[in-house]
Design a protein around this ligand. Structure first.
Ligand SMILES: [Zn+2]
Length: 331
């Protein structure tokens, strides 16, 4: 038997009404001998029905999710709910407080920490609590992402291509309901340790986003997040009312050819902007060496026709950085 989680919730998941509380994780340290990490959680429940588990800041430097979810927790009234909405607006709370992708306590990347460990690091303990306590309660799992400080994306909602086609169809229907400007069918190349994989392996309907990036948010992408999550909850029948859909453009990211990586350090010059069409063989970015004058830039060429779905954000790149992602328009 695995040991119990050290995390104790201050909310009762079976109680009707609105509760604003914490997941309290004991964390003894220099400035707080018997201290805890207090991860905000909100439970909004009204009778029987499906349960939605909503998370933001799985990576601590992505803001559309937390902006949408703190507001949803403040404004969603139980009378509009049938079932349960569990909101954890800042899943990797230490990373969120530090404004960094990974946790400043243990360098843990939440989306590589699953299934976690009850006797592991702080990040692994949070992952373990989601794995064994929160995910089993959920029917639909929605995890917000954006590009963080080093990437910027066209705003899209996404789900994975899955072996279980019924589960996959439910996830794509929820993506369609979210109604972001773009919707993506994703094939994950490195799925081990991801929250996505943990949820999908339990048979849950799992939906995610990439909404902008650059370590901040924009008015447009926050609006997309707020409208989209209500649409998904309405589509699932958990919140009353009709979803307000707008047209979405479906994209495929079929595999490794979508991604381009820097092979040397330098200063990046993007040759196309997000959402613009690209042709196979076209130069989509150039990396300029800066150690001396007279150096020819390294050209990054697209290996397929499509549109630019993501780009490296900061002006400087290092060898190995993902510099561009091209996706194919499929309707
Ligand atoms: Zn992320």
């Amino acid at each position: 038997m695995p040991r119990p989680s050290p995390i104790s919730p201050t909310v009762d998941f079976d109680r009707d009404g609105v509760q604003h509380g914490f997941l309290r994780l004991p964390y003894s340290r220099d400035d707080s001998a018997w201290g805890s990490v207090m991860i905000p959680i909100c439970v909004i429940k009204n009778g029987k029905g499906q349960t939605a588990l909503l998370t933001g800041a799985n990576h601590g430097d992505e803001y559309e999710g937390p902006l949408a979810l703190y507001e949803l927790a403040r404004t969603l009234e139980p009378k509009h709910v049938s079932g349960t909405v569990i909101i954890v607006p800042a899943m990797n709370y230490p990373a969120f407080r530090a404004g960094t992708r990974t946790s400043p306590i243990d360098k843990g990347n939440m989306n590589r920490a699953f299934p976690g460990r009850p006797d592991g690091t702080v990040t692994e303990k949070i992952a373990d609590y989601f794995q064994r306590e929160l995910l089993p309660r959920a029917d639909i799992v929605f995890d917000f992402h954006s590009g963080g400080r080093t990437l910027d994306f066209v705003p899209f909602c996404a789900a994975h291509i899955l072996p279980d086609k019924d589960q996959e169809a439910k996830a794509f229907a929820a993506v369609e309901a979210f109604s972001a400007p773009y919707s993506v069918r994703m094939l994950e190349i490195d799925a081990v340790g991801m929250y996505d994989t943990a949820a999908e392996e339990m048979g849950k309907v799992f939906v995610t986003t990439e909404l902008g990036g650059g370590g901040t948010s924009r008015a447009e992408t926050v609006r997309i997040a707020r409208r989209g999550i209500l649409n998904v909850l309405r589509h699932a029948g958990i919140v009353d009312g009709v979803d307000e859909r707008t047209r979405t453009c479906w994209l495929d990211m079929p595999g490794g050819d979508c991604f381009s990586f820097a092979e040397e350090d330098g200063m990046i010059e993007t040759m196309v902007d997000l959402g613009e069409p690209v042709k196979k063989g076209a130069v989509i970015a150039r990396i300029h060496g800066t150690g001396r004058t007279g150096l020819a830039p390294q050209d990054i060429r697209s290996r397929m026709d499509g549109l630019l779905a993501a780009r490296h954000f900061p002006g400087l790149v290092k060898a190995g950085d993902c510099v561009a992602v091209v996706a194919i328009e499929v309707g």
